[in-house]
Design a protein around this ligand. Structure first.
Ligand SMILES: [Zn+2]
Length: 328
């Protein structure tokens, strides 16, 4: 057995590997009766497993990272703008490319991805529809995580490093078995770009409680009780204890569950809206499962500090290497 003590900042296994898949999978079953539902249900395994693709792409596509977050607090402080421009073309006129890359473009990218989905549906391009719909699920999922809307994305400015993984991974991993994730049937959205904005602003409003309750709980509990050791794939890791995680969740009063449920409903709504806006193409011809060969992963050569810090992915790669070596 390999024994590794992870530091606090290395905790977490990505909303990506757990909740993202749940969100994509449940959204499929929120679609109303339609050829879209038939097509997505038949391909739900692909849509589920590809929910994590955009996070994996961050290592091979330089432009990918900034699509996953928006530092709304920094934009408020560092720009003279009263509010951020609704559309990306306006943002590009007002803000430098560096600023946009540094502080993120998540709500604009949701709208762009939605437009790509409408086009793929109009073209009846089955493979593209599935890939883009899966990606859209990922970005809409990220938009529901309060810490994806702030510069203090991993509590690094408030001595709460590790909180990113606690909120978006540890809590759902331990407690989502009891979540009610039935989102109700999808509905048409009049203004998808406006919805993307209201989603990130709502998430950002929750940042205060995300930080406050962790600080409150940490000050009332010893380190011994805050963390515990757990074995995963033959490796022992220090992680937030189940007791600490569930007390934190209780203080948040169901916030993680509510955000997951909202992500599922929003995703189903946006998929359905794209299909309506594409002219309700008949996708029943694609009803048989479509097996898409995955391209070989290229060299993982882009180091994204922000992502590694908050998602423990360096650790993952090391762990993968270790388990690979021990197997051989
Ligand atoms: Zn992401």
């Amino acid at each position: 057995m390999i024994f590794i003590i992870a530091t606090v900042k290395q905790l977490g296994f990505c909303w990506g590997f757990y909740a993202h898949k749940h969100i994509n999978k449940h959204a499929v079953y929120s679609l109303p009766e339609s050829s879209l539902l038939v097509f997505f249900k038949t391909n739900s395994d692909f849509i589920t497993s590809n929910a994590v693709k955009p996070d994996q792409r961050r290592y091979i596509v330089k432009e990918e990272a900034c699509r996953h977050y928006i530092d709304l607090d920094v934009y408020k402080k560092d720009t003279s703008l009263k509010s951020l421009p609704k559309y990306f073309s306006q943002a590009q006129e007002l803000l430098s490319a560096d600023t946009l890359e540094k502080h993120g473009i998540l709500p604009w990218h949701i709208f762009k991805t939605y437009n790509m989905l409408v086009k793929a549906m109009k073209d009846k391009d089955a493979e593209k529809i599935l890939r883009i719909a899966s990606d859209l699920g990922h970005y809409i999922g990220d938009a529901h995580v309060p810490l994806h809307t702030t510069h203090n994305y991993n509590g690094q400015l408030t001595n709460q490093v590790g909180i990113h993984g606690l909120w978006e991974t540890r809590v759902p991993e331990l407690l989502s078995i009891n979540y009610d994730l039935l989102a109700g049937k999808a509905a048409y959205i009049d203004d998808v770009q406006a919805l993307a904005w209201s989603t990130v602003y709502k998430s950002n409003n929750a940042v205060d409680s995300v930080l406050k309750f962790e600080a409150q709980l940490s000050s009332s509990i010893s380190e011994d009780h805050k963390y515990s050791f757990e074995e995963k794939n033959g490796i022992t890791l220090r992680t937030y204890s189940p007791a600490f995680s569930s007390q934190y969740s209780k203080l948040l009063n169901g916030q993680v569950e509510r955000q997951m449920l909202s992500a599922i409903k929003t995703l189903a709504d946006v998929w359905y809206t794209a299909w309506i806006d594409a002219g309700q193409p008949d996708l029943s011809n694609f009803a048989a499962p479509i097996l898409i060969e995955e391209p070989q992963e290229k060299e993982l050569n882009i180091k994204n500090d922000r992502f590694l810090e908050s998602h423990n992915c360096d650790q993952h790669h090391n762990l993968f290497k270790h388990s690979f070596l021990t197997k051989n």
